[in-house]
Design a binder for this molecule. Structure first.
Ligand SMILES: [Fe+2]
Length: 144
């Protein structure tokens, strides 16, 4: 997926989220993590989220945080198998969430526009209806 395709998919997600029926399930278990960057499993490649965020930002400046599932291969989006939500965490606290409608009609990507007042660690948690809850590697944004 190139940058243009990613952005187009993310924009489409925003439109559908406004009116779509969403999956109500919420997995409270500890999310699964990438075990080995050098040898990720097929499930990890398709489920560990990828975060694209600037390394630095000014306090109060809007920045785009782009998210896609997974970090190496696109997660399937089918009537039987789809991502139910993506949550953005800043220093372990949920600051934003995108929920996806039942049935996999929306690509599992999102763009969150956020502003920060201090340096933070960003992470993303996602939930797959078949394969459970996964967390990304952390990304630091230095805020000055
Ligand atoms: Fe899955």
């Amino acid at each position: 997926m190139n940058r243009r395709e990613f952005i187009t998919g993310a924009a489409a997600a925003g439109v559908v989220l406004a009116s779509g029926k969403v999956y109500a399930g919420e997995d409270k278990s500890e999310p699964m993590r990438l075990n080995s960057k050098d040898n990720p499993t097929e499930l990890e490649q398709k489920h560990v989220p990828l975060i694209e965020a600037p390394d630095k930002a000014k306090a109060g400046q809007w920045i785009d945080v782009k998210v896609k599932v997974g970090f190496m291969k696109d997660h399937p989006s089918t009537p039987e198998h789809w991502i139910t939500y993506v949550k953005l965490l800043a220093d372990d606290k949920e600051i934003a969430k995108a929920e996806y409608p039942v049935g996999g009609i929306v690509s599992s990507s999102a763009v969150f526009k956020i502003k920060l007042d201090k340096t933070v660690k960003l992470e993303v948690v996602e939930h797959c209806n078949l394969h459970g809850t996964w967390i990304s590697e952390s990304v630091k944004v230095d805020v000055s």
